[in-house]
Design a protein around this ligand. Sequence first.
Ligand code: CA
Ligand code: CU
Length: 342
Amino acid sequence: MKAAKITKTMTKININEQPGLPPYSDMVWIPGGTFNMGSEDYYPEEAPVHKVSVDDFWMDKYQVTNTQFSEFVSATGYQTVAERKPNPEDYPGAPPENLVAGSLVFQKTNGPVDLRQINLWWNWTPGADWQHPEGPHSHIHKRDRHPVVHIAYEDAMAYAEWAGKVLPTEAEWEFAARGGLDGAIFVWGDEHFPNGVPAANSWQGEFPWQNLEMDGFEGTSPVGSFPANGYGLFDMAGNVWEWTEDWWTQEHTQDVDKPCCIPHNPRGGQIGESFDPAQPQFRIPRKVVKGGSHLCAPNYCLRYRPSARRPQMIDTGTTHIGFRCITRVKNGSVNKQLTNIL
Ligand SMILES: [Ca+2]
Ligand SMILES: [Cu+2]
């Protein structure tokens, strides 16, 4: 009789159940699980498709906005990487005129160009930073709810630490972006434009000169301007690329057949293998960014898809890179412990 009583009280704890209220406002519960990460239908760096499992976590509904970032800067006096003068030792051979505070700004070309020449649309712009996205004479006055841009990796980390949060791993990010639609092409399903309407802020038309703005936006858009995914997350496709914690890898690891051996909370590659082999003079390691941006166009970069990934040097922000944060859960309570940059 005693034994029966004990059995009755041992209800199975469903760890996927949302444990009360979010730790911070505008976060949603992502119930962990196993999913198919990657794709074999687009770019080689997304392959192979392989099973991965991640634990539960909370995730920001929105990309971090200019308003939120300015609260952080007012509270801490933080200066972003784009606002600091680069150290010449880090950039051997760089022309001195480039060794000033600034960032890369996208500029449309006048007509079709050779798509291999990325410097035709990326302009190194002294004085470009998060408060001056297009250069010193631009401002963010009417962009309070737009995602903050020109954010380098350490800027995102500094914000996350201040907010008591962390950055997602690539696996966590991709799992969340899929919103429960395992294997779908887009975060909303398989149709490019569901009901004929763009479901994210990407680029319609011929990149980098013809922006048809079918989605209503040439540059960034206020966060939450498009429908949320299955988990209630906005802008998991397009608007701005988002930093993850993982060091870049050229491709995913092979799938494992046995359920016992599915990678659990994988954490990306090794720093030493993240460098750009095409530019060995730059000793700047690279992290994975996810989600694509308002500059992603089918003729150049169909990357507003959950499996899409790009390497990004940790010191480089640009006009289309931002981030969002997560909070991990450990032993039922929110884990506010911080992870290190390296
Ligand atoms: Ca657009
Ligand atoms: Cu792109």
